[in-house]
Design a protein around this ligand. Structure first.
Ligand SMILES: CC(=O)SCCNC(=O)CCNC(=O)[C@H](O)C(C)(C)COP(=O)(O)OP(=O)(O)OC[C@H]1O[C@@H](n2cnc3c(N)ncnc32)[C@H](O)[C@@H]1OP(=O)(O)O
Length: 420
C-alpha cells in the first residue's frame, strides 16, 4: 500500500493506455486527480467513465486524458458543451460485456474500494456495476483504498486482484438530495398512483424520484431493484415500508448498482445486509428482471414525440442526458406481470418556453415507441402501450402544457391525416 503522494503513474501506465474509472460516487477521485496532473507526460491516454459527479473532469483535463461516456450525466455537461466528451450510446446492461469484449478498452482499471475485511477482500463500496468487468480485463488494477468508503455487501475485490493500492482517507463524492419543486410533487403524485403494496421499484436519483419516495409511507412490503439509489431509500427501509419481502428473487434485500447520496446513506449501507451492490449485468439484466412481478420503473426524458418516442439524450446540438439504463428498465417494467414502466418529465423546459411533448424529436430516439408504456407530466398520465398512433397523440396532447396543445393538435392533424 502506498500513499497518494508517492503515486507515480509514469512508472505504471504506458503511452496510449485505455483506462476505465469506477463511476458516480465510486469515482476514485485521488486517482483521477493524479491522472489529470500526470497524464500529459505519459501521452495519448483515453478513459471511459459512465457518469461523474466530482467536477474533476473539465475541458482542460482533456489535455491529459481523452474522455468517453454513455452520456453527459452529473457534472459531465461542461465537457459536452466544450466538445470534449466522446459519447458511446450503450445500455447500462451492456457496459460490462463491452469491457469484457475489449470494445470499451480497459488496459488500466482505476477504482475506489473500502478497506479490506479480515479475509483480505475489499468491498466496491459505493459502486457495483462494471467495476468487476474492468478489474478482470485490465493489465493493471489501481485501487484507491479509502477509509471513508463503506463496506457494502455484494461486489468484493480480493486484495490479490489489486496491483497498486493507494491509501487515502477522504470524503467520497456526495450528491445532495435535489430540491423538490411544486411541479416535481405533482408529477410524483401521478407516478405514485402506479405503486401499490408489494411493488418493486426502480428509480433514478433526483427531485421526482425523491418526491415519489416521500409519498410511499403508507405502502406495505415494497421492494427495490434499481441501478442507483439515493438518500430517500433510508427512511423507507427504516420505516418498514421497504421490506423486499414479496420479491421472487433476492427476497429481503434491496438490489442496487450505485449509491448516490450523502454520508447518511453511506453510513446506513455500511455492512448492512438489507442491501446488495451488484454488477450492471445483474441489476439491468433482462433475465433477472424478468423474474420480478409488480416491477414499476420510473425514468426521465428531455422530450417525447406524439407517437411516444422518447429522447433522453440530446436537444439539437446540445448533448444533455444519456442512454443510461432507461431501455433496460422500460422493457423490464413493461414485461413484468403487474408491472409498469413510466417516463416522467415536466411538460415544459426553459422556464415554460418550450414544450417537452413535441411533434418531432430534436434528438435521437432513446426508447422506441414500440417499447414505451406510460408517460407522466404534471398534467397527468398517458398510457400508450398497445394504443394506436392517433390515440397516442390524443393522450399525449392531453398531458402537454395547455399553451402548447393547440399547436400540437395542428401537428397531429398533419401527421395523422391518413388515419394511422
Ligand atoms: C449511475 C447511472 O447509472 S446513471 C443512469 C441514469 N441515467 C439515465 O438513465 C440516463 C437518462 N436520463 C437522463 O440523463 C436524465 O434523466 C435527463 C437528462 C433525461 C433528465 O435530467 P434532468 O436533470 O432531470 O433534466 P432537467 O429537466 O433538469 O433538464 C436538464 C437540462 O436540460 C434542459 N432541457 C430539458 N429538456 C429539454 C428540452 N426538451 N429541450 C431543450 N433543453 C432541455 C434543461 O433546461 C436543463 O438545462 P439547464 O441545466 O441549463 O437548466
Amino acid at each position: 500500500m502506498i500513499d497518494a503522494a508517492a503515486l507515480d503513474l509514469s512508472r505504471i501506465l504506458r503511452r496510449g493506455d485505455r483506462i476505465v474509472f469506477g463511476q458516480a460516487c465510486g469515482e476514485p477521485t485521488t486517482l483521477v486527480e493524479a491522472l489529470i496532473a500526470q497524464g500529459q507526460g505519459i501521452g495519448d491516454l483515453s478513459a471511459f467513465i459512465a457518469t461523474s459527479f466530482s467536477g474533476l473532469f473539465t475541458p482542460e483535463s482533456a489535455a491529459s486524458v481523452a474522455l468517453s461516456s454513455m452520456g453527459a450525466i452529473g457534472a459531465l455537461r461542461s465537457m459536452t458543451r466544450a466538445g470534449k466528451l466522446a459519447i458511446i450510446p450503450v445500455h447500462v446492461s451492456q457496459i460490462g460485456p463491452l469491457i469484457t469484449a475489449d470494445i470499451i478498452g480497459c488496459d488500466v482499471a482505476m477504482i475506489q474500494v473500502s478497506p479490506a475485511d479480515a479475509d483480505g477482500n475489499h468491498s466496491c463500496g459505493l459502486i457495483g456495476d462494471y467495476v468487476r468487468a474492468a478489474v478482470e480485463k485490465a493489465r493493471v488494477v489501481i485501487a484507491e483504498v479509502n477509509e471513508a468508503v463503506p463496506y457494502t455487501p455484494g461486489e468484493l475485490i480480493p486484495a490479490s486482484a489489486i496491483d497498486v493500492a493507494v491509501h487515502v482517507s477522504r470524503a467520497p463524492v456526495e450528491v445532495a438530495p435535489a430540491k423538490i419543486g411544486e411541479t416535481d410533487e405533482i408529477i410524483a403524485r401521478h407516478c405514485a398512483a402506479y405503486i401499490g403494496d408489494g411493488s418493486v421499484i426502480q428509480t433514478g436519483v433526483g427531485a421526482v424520484p425523491d418526491a415519489i419516495l416521500r409519498l410511499l409511507g403508507d405502502r406495505k412490503d415494497l421492494g427495490v431493484h434499481s441501478g442507483m439509489l439515493g438518500d430517500g431509500l433510508v427512511e423507507l427501509v427504516e420505516a418498514g415500508v421497504i421490506t423486499n419481502a414479496r420479491k421472487e428473487v433476492d427476497a429481503g434485500i434491496s438490489i442496487n448498482g450505485a449509491l448516490i447520496g450523502t454520508r447518511r446513506l453511506y453510513d446506513w449501507a455500511d455492512r448492512n445486509p438489507a442491501i446488495r451492490m451488484c454488477t450492471t449485468s445483474y441489476t439491468h439484466d433482462a433475465a433477472v428482471l424478468g423474474k420480478l412481478s409488480r416491477l414499476v420503473t420510473i425514468n426521465s426524458a428531455l422530450e417525447v414525440d406524439l407517437t411516444g418516442q422518447v429522447n433522453a439524450e440530446q436537444s439539437g446540438a446540445a448533448y444533455l442526458g444519456g442512454t443510461g439504463g432507461q431501455v433496460d428498465f422500460v422493457r423490464a417494467g413493461a414485461r413484468s406481470p403487474g408491472g409498469r414502466s413510466i417516463i416522467a418529465l415536466s411538460a415544459t423546459a426553459k422556464g415554460g418556453a418550450i414544450s417537452k411533448i413535441v411533434s418531432a424529436l430534436s434528438g435521437p430516439v432513446t426508447t422506441a415507441r414500440s417499447d414505451v408504456d406510460v408517460i407522466v407530466t404534471e398534467y397527468g398520465a398517458a398510457e400508450l402501450k398497445g394504443q394506436m398512433l392517433a390515440e397516442r397523440a390524443r393522450r399525449l396532447i392531453a398531458i402537454a402544457h395547455p399553451d402548447f396543445r393547440e399547436g400540437l393538435e395542428r401537428a397531429a392533424h398533419d401527421i395523422f391525416q391518413r388515419g394511422f
